[in-house]
Design a protein around this ligand. Structure first.
Ligand SMILES: Cc1cc2nc3c(=O)[nH]c(=O)nc-3n(C[C@H](O)[C@H](O)[C@H](O)COP(=O)(O)OP(=O)(O)OC[C@H]3O[C@@H](n4cnc5c(N)ncnc54)[C@H](O)[C@@H]3O)c2cc1C
Ligand code: SF4
Length: 503
């Protein structure tokens, strides 16, 4: 009996192991309609990007028996599709690369078990490490610290090393990567337009019709949709932006949605680019003196440090991870996360770029929207659904640990050792947002005070029982203990009034 190979829309790696697992007599199913497409209002650009990429990719696969399951208005879903296909032809085995979320994996396991089909879940080749690496590294460790995982992977793959030691003597140059927007003297070159062809336009029309309740604009669609185009985007990043990537990694500027970032996450996460190719190119540019070490190390750390670590955290902690709510937060997501209609200029700018581009860079996601969600006690479900919907690179394996763990500390310290909570003073230091905001980042309890300032102290007071014993929070709780009661009361009152207005 023959087998069926299943390829999801975000599994477009050229070396997807499904192809070498099946024979010429077997069939290949390319499956477009991810179930979350119908459950969440995904950004239109994300849907267009994924569907177009898959449709351009299928003709490049030289296989005779191909089934292409397309998105439709009321799609029957994965299980029913498989039932239909298996009722037409009885396959003995199903081969699939591990899906990007736990629920889909469970669905496949259940389907195969109930129908006596042998399920072969294959390793995902769009990562540098595999899950066994993570298990091996994490075995016996009390807490999992990204920095040590990063060093381990870097050594294992000999990336940016000098005779067994880290290139330049230090593993991590993050301290050199914290220049604010005010230090930026040069103009950031515009991103070059990527030609939109007929196939892409056709998908735009289809997506607009089928997913008419989805979020965002598609007029600015400027994403590569083939391996070759993604490769060219990678080269363009290294040629034009990489030199400044490190120094301005944390800087934010109004109307500069991309700064010097790579914009490569969408391609890495759907398989149009291979992470090792990006890392080798980064190292090569550094060794050719085209970019400083802080850019090369910073970029490489994001990919072989954070990206690989985050994925290890997801799979080793699911399914209970998704249920975590350390602060017991229950507030609903305010409507300005969707329409940007707020006087807080930083949030309005981040929501605006999110709508226009299906993109915001890391510090915008972490220190503006993520920080705000944590300080305002927004329910982890609401905020995770938002991040999963609005960004072109978002899949549960990467979105969840970043949102639940890194940005909102709802996992109580699985990803990070302390909350990334910050007041408006941080945003003011790193950006030019505050100079054109109605609020004043220097004030906390005055009429024009920046909400991030009083919400920050309010968050620390409210969660003192949960956080004050954290050794990394000692200093800040020491400062809080010196505040007078009237100040603390005003902070609380202002926060309550603010919450009444937004929730
Ligand atoms: C709340 C929140 C949610 C996030 N959700 C996602 C998500 O759904 N998908 C996603 O790919 N990234 C997510 N990130 C991580 C990061 O913000 C994006 O990877 C990055 O902004 C993508 O833009 P870029 O390609 O220009 O990144 P660059 O700054 O150019 O970084 C280079 C690459 O490093 C990788 N990377 C950097 N940081 C991380 C990280 N923390 N986790 C995983 N990979 C990382 C990405 O592949 C990225 O392309 C999230 C971060 C936060 C704080
Ligand atoms: S003042 Fe506060 S709300 Fe306004 S842009 Fe600055 S940090 Fe954001």
């Amino acid at each position: 009996m023959s087998s069926l190979g299943l390829v999801f829309v975000d599994q477009l790696s050229k070396n997807n192991l499904v192809y070498e697992s099946i024979g010429a007599e077997d069939s290949l199913l390319f499956f477009e309609p991810m179930s979350s497409f119908y459950e969440l209002p995904h950004h239109k650009q994300k849907l267009i990007y994924l569907i177009t990429s898959l449709r351009k990719y299928i003709p490049t696969i030289k296989h005779e028996r191909v089934i292409h399951e397309k998105v439709t208005e009321n799609h029957e879903g994965l299980t029913k599709t498989l039932k239909r296909i298996f009722s037409e032809q009885q396959f003995e085995k199903l081969y699939v690369t591990k899906p990007s979320d736990y629920q889909t994996l469970k669905e496949l396991m259940f389907f195969c078990q109930s129908n006596s089909i042998i399920l072969n879940v294959l390793e995902d080749t769009k990562f540098v490490s595999n899950e066994e690496d993570f298990d091996l590294w994490s075995k016996g460790k009390k807490s999992l610290i990204q920095e040590y995982f990063y060093r381990w992977i870097r050594k294992k793959h000999s990336v940016l090393m000098d005779e067994g030691k880290p290139e330049g003597g230090k593993w991590n140059l993050d301290k050199e990567n914290r220049k604010g927007a005010s230090a930026l003297k040069e103009i950031i070159p515009d991103r070059k337009p990527i030609k939109t062809d007929e196939l892409t336009i056709g998908v735009m029309v289809e997506v607009d019709k089928i997913f008419n309740k989805s979020f965002g604009d598609f007029e600015n669609f400027n994403w590569a949709t083939t391996h070759k185009e993604a490769w060219n985007q990678m080269l363009e990043f290294f040629d034009t932006y990489f030199k400044n990537y490190g120094s301005f990694q944390d800087a934010m500027k109004s109307n500069e949605p991309f700064m010097f970032h790579s914009l490569l996450s969408a391609y890495l996460n759907s398989g149009l680019l291979d992470p090792m190719d990006c890392i080798e190119e980064a190292e090569c540019r550094y060794r050719n003196n085209e970019a400083p070490l802080n850019s090369a190390e910073g970029f490489i750390r994001q990919i072989i440090g954070w990206r690989e670590f985050i994925r290890g955290i997801y799979w080793s902690n699911m399914p209970h991870y998704k249920e975590l709510n350390f602060f017991n937060n229950t507030n609903k997501l305010p409507s300005f996360f969707w329409d940007g209609n707020t006087k807080m200029h930083c949030i309005a700018d981040v929501v605006d770029t999110t709508k226009k581009n299906a993109y915001a860079h890391h510090i915008q996601r972490l220190m503006v929207t993520g920080n705000f969600a944590m300080l305002s006690g927004i329910s982890p479900n609401d905020i995770c659904d938002w991040y999963l919907s609005v960004y072109i690179d978002a899949y549960e394996w990467v979105e969840l640990p970043n949102t639940l763990g890194m940005a909102t500390f709802s996992d109580g310290g699985v990803v990070g050792s302390k909350p990334y909570a910050a007041s408006g003073k941080y945003i003011n230091r790193m950006s030019n947002y505050c100079s054109s905001c109605e609020y004043n980042p220097k004030n906390t309890i005055e009429d024009d005070s920046c909400p991030f300032n009083y919400l920050y102290w309010n968050f620390l007071m409210k969660n003192q029982g949960l956080l004050s014993k954290n050794p990394r929070m000692g200093l800040i709780y020491n400062t809080l203990s010196k505040f007078q009661e009237p100040f603390k009361e005003k902070v609380k009152r202002k926060s309550d009034i603010f919450f009444k207005e937004i929730f």
